[in-house]
Design a protein around this ligand. Structure first.
Ligand SMILES: O=C(O)c1ccccc1NCC(=O)[C@H](O)[C@H](O)COP(=O)(O)O
Length: 212
């Protein structure tokens, strides 16, 4: 088991899912957001979820979802956790109560002040995913953007957390060294084109994490 856990997000094919599992990912991410090039139909998610062994967590990535979407995603993806983007505190608490699953909250970071939002999630979220803030008209994640990792220096994390945003096989070792992250999350950094995961990049990313 590597010292640092990894979530490979936005998987949509059996071969890239298998590469993430074989490479030692602790979690795999399934995106349920039609605007994303990584969006999964429920049928596809069910097929992928069936390939994931018990030791690997299945995380559903959703953007302010309604109950019908949450319920269908949990069932199809056999989810172990729900990662929420752009979802308010009350709504996230309702989703936690309804789903009985751990909630991961994406906190969009550009400045040090953005980190303070993490405090509000005590008692609701199991984990904070610090991700780079994206432009208003863009996807809330999976954009390959990174924030200044130094912003995390000395920050008193209220909850377990993961580092995300613009990570790649070439920079993840440095990112772990600078931030002390115990979990990292990647999507576009292990792709050859938006939504197209690359088995070699996935393997290189997980090897770099294992070395750090
Ligand atoms: O990846 C998506 O398409 C996506 C769409 C809508 C909301 C969230 C999304 N991704 C969330 C993730 O967990 C990504 O892994 C994270 O944003 C990092 O992405 P990247 O910078 O491309 O590694």
């Amino acid at each position: 088991m590597p010292r640092v856990a990894s979530k490979i997000c936005g998987l949509s094919t059996a071969d890239t899912l298998d590469a993430a599992i074989a490479g030692g990912a602790s979690h795999v991410g399934f995106v349920f957001f039609p605007q994303s090039p990584r969006h999964l139909t429920f049928e596809k998610a069910a097929g992928l979820a069936a390939r994931v062994p018990e030791r690997v967590g299945r995380v559903g990535v959703l953007v302010d979802p309604d109950d019908a979407l949450i319920d269908a995603a949990i069932a199809a993806g056999r989810l172990d956790a729900v990662q929420l983007h752009k979802t308010g505190r009350e709504r996230a608490a309702a989703i936690a109560g309804r789903s009985k699953l751990p909630i991961w909250i994406a906190v969009a970071v550009r400045t040090r002040a953005d980190l303070d939002q993490a405090q509000a999630w005590r008692g609701i979220a199991e984990r904070i995913v610090y991700d780079a803030k994206t432009p208003e008209d863009a996807l809330p994640g999976g954009m390959g953007l990174r924030f200044d990792w130094k912003l995390l220096d000395g920050f008193a994390h209220p909850l377990p957390w993961a580092l995300s945003g613009g990570l790649s096989p070439d920079n993840v070792g440095e990112a772990i060294g600078v931030t002390g992250a115990r979990m990292v999350d990647v999507s576009s950094g292990v792709e050859s084109a938006p939504g197209v995961k690359d088995v070699d990049k996935i393997a290189r990313f997980l090897q770099a994490v294992a070395r750090s």
